[in-house]
Design a protein around this ligand. Structure first.
Ligand SMILES: Cc1ncc(COP(=O)(O)O)c(C=O)c1O
Length: 399
């Protein structure tokens, strides 16, 4: 992509009546006027042009028989992680799933027993807390600590909890919604504790291509062979290239025994062939989508600049400085609104539909998550509306 990048991402597309959850779902509260949906984590940008061309070619062919990824796909995944993250993945390590959440469910089923503990660090992507009890495992939570504007893992708490019958640590890396890209030292400590406590590391790295910080994203399985042997990593081109509706994911399992268990779980669930269109789209994206991704990352940096100015650290609403992801985490605790009603109150007042922080579990109360992957004009309008509402809420003369 070239000079026209900005315009590509600036264009507003009408996504209503396309079955898009973000636009076609009913808002949780009645709203007067137009709604700006900034909740679900997909982007309001078309996928890379190469994806559109590949899909059109495939659709023109017109026959959609049973399809398999095959070695071409695996080679593209291997090449992507070598180039982007300096991670050596062997093609035979890669399993496929119709999404990261199905992959996580399969890993929980394959690698733990009913009643075992599965640990997560909250606040975190809320389906984690649902899928664990839904699979009859014990939900164990270690809360992240927010100090000096930065979220950190409480390692003493983590270690104590990993020793309490936990079989799997479900890590979110980078972390949705707090925007942390874990550093090498943090990942080494996580790895050390998992080895010490004999816990499997299930690393959800779906956001790994969205890094905005100086320090890179490090796949935790790349840190040592010992760690790779107990790690299952889930990645996907769907977040990176905005293909969520096509539903595909990679499960990278270096350990042959764990991989066999995962594959068996796939057979047990009746999974086999892959979706022909998602394969076409993913291959085109991995092969030709990198310039689009670089342009997108630049665009997102500009979006965060806007938020940083609108929501400074000493303001009534403040942006938690992100290392990555396109999901901004806004601290609204100073507004003093009831945490459960926070996003709905803002939605009612502004028409901006945000994700309520409390939904993400312990420590999310008083925060909202804002998806900034939208054209700048839309982001500016949403920010202006929120700022107006915040001045009304905090204006003493209005009391
Ligand atoms: C951390 C994380 N994991 C998993 C998912 C969902 O992945 P999939 O749609 O492939 O199931 C999301 C979507 O937002 C996410 O943020």
């Amino acid at each position: 992509m070239g000079a026209a990048d900005q315009r590509f991402f600036d264009t507003v597309h009408d996504r209503r009546n396309t079955g898009a959850i973000k636009y076609d779902a009913q808002p949780p509260t009645a709203v007067e006027g137009d709604v700006i949906p900034m909740w679900v984590a997909d982007m309001d940008f078309p996928s890379p042009p190469a994806v559109e061309e590949a899909l059109l070619r495939r659709v023109r062919h017109g026959i959609y028989g049973y399809s398999d990824a095959g070695s071409d796909y695996d080679a593209l995944v291997v090449d992507w992680y070598r180039r982007r993250l300096n991670w050596t993945v062997r093609p035979e390590w890669i399993l496929k799933a119709p999404g990261v959440m199905p992959a996580i469910a399969a890993a929980i089923q394959a690698l733990s027993e009913p009643g075992d503990g599965v640990l997560i660090c909250q606040p975190v992507y809320y389906p984690f807390a649902q899928i664990i009890p839904a699979n009859h495992r014990r939900l164990v939570v270690s809360q992240l600590r927010l100090t000096e504007g930065r979220y950190r893992i409480d390692f003493a708490d983590l270690e104590a909890k990993l020793q309490s019958g936990v079989r799997i640590f479900l890590l979110c890396s980078p972390h949705n919604p707090v925007g942390r890209v874990w550093t090498r030292d943090e990942l080494l400590e996580i790895g050390r504790l998992c080895c010490k406590c004999d816990v499997i590391l299930l690393s959800d790295e779906i956001h790994s291509d969205f890094v905005l910080s100086e320090h890179p994203h490090i796949p935790v399985a790349s840190l040592s062979e010992e760690l790779a042997a107990r790690t299952v990593t889930c990645t996907s081109p769907t977040k990176t290239f905005n293909l969520a509706g096509l539903q595909t994911a990679n499960i990278i399992v270096p350990n042959g025994t764990l991989r066999k268990k995962m594959a068996r779980q796939g057979y047990a669930a009746g999974l086999g062939a892959q979706n022909a269109l998602s394969l076409t789209a993913a291959q085109a994206a991995y092969r030709d989508g990198e310039p689009w991704l670089e342009a997108l990352l630049d665009y997102l940096r500009g979006g965060y600049d806007l938020l940083r100015e609108a929501f400074p650290s000493d303001g009534p609403v403040s942006l938690i400085e992100p290392d990555g992801t396109y999901l901004a985490w806004l601290d609204c605790r100073k507004l003093g609104l009831p945490p459960k009603a926070l996003a709905n109150t803002l939605l009612k007042k502004t028409g901006v539909w945000l994700h309520n922080g409390a939904t993400f579990g312990a420590g999310g109360e008083g925060f909202v998550r804002m998806n900034i992957a939208c054209p700048r004009s839309v982001l500016s309008e949403a920010v202006a509306r929120i700022r107006r509402a915040v001045s009304e809420l905090t204006d003493p003369s209005g009391l």
